[in-house]
Each structure stands twice: as C-alpha cells, then as structure tokens.
Design a protein around this ligand. Structure first.
Ligand code: 2PG
Length: 334
C-alpha cells in the first residue's frame, strides 16, 4: 500500500447517527439535538448517540448565500417551503461483505432493496419534484425503488445530458406525460468519497493489519485521506459545491428535492447544513436506507429528522405545504 498516512489521536468518542427512533434523553450540541441510543464498541471506544426525528429535534440553519446568477426562477418565494430529502443508499453487496467501496459501482443486496422500499414508504406523502443521485447504481436503485412507493405515482426518469445526442434522444413529447414524470439528475459530484487503495479491501482485515485507530482515522477523520484517496474534506469540495450550485437553486425556486447518495458525500452535505465542526463530523454516522428530511423556508434549512412513517403527525403538522400536499393525496385516493 502506497502513501504514508499520519496518525492523529481521535478526539471524539461520541457517535452521532441519524435514526428514526426517538428518546426523551437528549442533549444539545450547538444547534443539533443528539440523543443517546445506547452504546456499542468501535475500535475499543464506547460510542453510540443518535440524532433523532421529531419536532423537538428541529434545528434552524443559518441562511445560505443565494446564488446571484440573475435567474428569476431562483428568486426566493416568501411563502414557499420546499422539502429536501437526503437518503443514503440501501445496503450494497460490498456493505454486506464489509469491503471498502468508495467509487466502485456495486449494486444493492436484497436487504438493500428492502431498505429502499421501506424508505420509500416513510416518505410516500412528501412532495418530490426532482431527484438528484450520484452516478453509482446503488444510489440510483435506491431512488427508483423508494419512488415506487410514493403515493403520487409519478415515474422517475433519468435525464441523459452527457451529450447533445443523448439529451435529444431521451426527450418526451407529451406535456401530460412530462407532468407525470420526475426528472432524475445523476451527478458524479455526489458519488461516494473515493477510497483510494482501500477500495475492495476488507474493513476488518485492514483494521487487523493497520490498527483500529488508523483505520478509523481513514474512515472518519475530516482531513486525512486514505492512501491515494479522498478525505472527507476533499469529498466536500465537490459534493457541497454541487449542492450549493445545483440543488439549492431548485429549493429556492420552490421545488421539492430528494438526494440519493452515499455515507460520506451525505456526511459532507449534512456537515454543511448543520454547521458541524470537523470534530463533530467524525461521529456522524448514517445508516443505509434512512431518509432524512429538511424544510427549506425563507432561506433557511430546518432539520425535521427522519420520518418514522408515512403519517407521522409531526412531519405534516409542521409545514403548511406538506400538510396540504398530504391532504391532496388523501383526496385523490378517496
Ligand atoms: O466503503 C465505503 O465506501 C464507505 C461506505 O460504505 O465506508 P465507510 O463506512 O468507511 O465510510
């Protein structure tokens, strides 16, 4: 293995995990509410805190610098609220085998398919106008499977803009059909962090060889890259830039967006949204197939946690747009 990687002592011993569970025993770290889940051992350290959903767990994130590209579509509508759903793909065949995956394009396991379907049920009442995925099949499968559960029954369609011909050849010529479709934009910038020379290695065997602390540092530190791979900081440079340049303008224009991506590309985006420090992000863990909801309103992102189920009152009670959308879906089926 090439590349000497410096060894830093791990400063944080807490783990933060998005989950659908709730608990009364919370503590606040900055603008984020963290709730103890229990504990488990990782690399000899006690870990185990959960960041939960529910109205008490909302946090308001400082307003973004809105892009000033002169596009009037991006003018914030005062009354508009947009939903932003972030979802890590379901379990992949290499998650199951405990292999470093990074940018290797591996499909979902049957369990990963189930997770994506379950995630879809949890968000089936939340409006979605546009979907962004990485260019990797596990994120795309997750988005498609989740959308099959959506009550609006729009069909997600991958937009092929890689060449003028691909764009032209994938056009739809019916306005009515377009209205029943959801554009899916694939972007390499949302790909998993490139794991360099760890890709394809077994995580446990790598820890046995290099030590738990070294491997934890490669996996979770902010600015230390694995050998010839990307650090979280390097991953954030492309993923957060893409989020700001391409996705925020859609939210500002009032579009509801789902982003299906990866553990580390989403960690970098959540770090940005929740203003986590480089120490706090070490402990942010995302489970496969758990959808996370933010509301974008008046230039601010409000964390809504992970919807536990399709009818979870707190998700819909909170925003007028979401509750109206759900009422509309209810009236369409009755
Ligand atoms: O192998 C990977 O690409 C990632 C995500 O599965 O692993 P880690 O948990 O180390 O971020």
């Amino acid at each position: 293995m090439a590349g000497a990687v410096s060894h830093h002592a791990l400063a944080s011993t807490q783990s933060y995990r998005w989950s659908a569970q709730s608990s009364r025993f919370g503590k606040r770290t900055g603008n984020v509410r963290w709730v103890r889940e229990g504990s488990r051992c990782y690399g000899g350290r006690k870990l185990g805190f959960v960041c939960t959903s529910g109205s008490q767990q909302s946090s308001v994130v400082e307003p973004f610098q809105l892009p000033s590209d002169g596009n009037s579509d991006h003018t914030p509508k005062k009354s508009s609220e947009s939903a932003l759903i972030l979802i890590r793909h379901g379990e992949s065949l290499w998650n199951e085998k405990n292999l470093f995956t990074g940018c290797v394009d591996v499909p979902l396991t049957p369990k990963g398919v189930e997770e994506a379907i379950e995630a879809g049920k949890r968000i089936c009442n939340i409006p979605i106008d546009m979907i962004y995925t990485s260019s990797l099949i596990r994120a795309q499968m997750t988005a498609m499977l989740a959308m099959m559960q959506h009550r609006r029954k729009k069909i997600p369609i991958i937009m092929h803009n890689e060449s003028e011909q691909a764009h032209r050849w994938s056009q739809i010529y019916s306005e009515e059909t377009k209205k029943q479709s959801i554009p899916v934009i694939t972007a390499w910038q949302l790909n998993e962090r490139m794991y360099g020379e760890l890709q394809g290695l077994n995580k446990q065997e790598t820890a046995d060889r290099f030590g738990n602390e070294q491997v934890h540092e490669w996996r979770r530190s902010y600015d230390i890259p694995p050998p010839n791979g990307e650090s979280l900081e390097m991953c954030a440079e492309r993923a957060v830039a893409y989020f700001k340049d391409q996705i925020v303008p859609q939210l500002v224009a009032g579009k509801h967006v789902m982003v299906a991506a990866h553990g580390n590309s989403l960690r970098s985006i959540i770090m940005h949204l929740d203003k986590l420090t480089s120490q706090e992000v070490i402990s942010l863990e995302l489970s496969t197939g758990i959808p996370m909801l933010y509301i974008f309103k008046e230039g601010k992102f409000i964390r809504r946690g992970s919807p536990v189920g399709p009818s979870e009152a707190s998700v819909y009670a909170y925003t007028r747009t979401l509750s109206k959308y759900r009422q509309k879906l209810d009236s369409m089926v009755s």
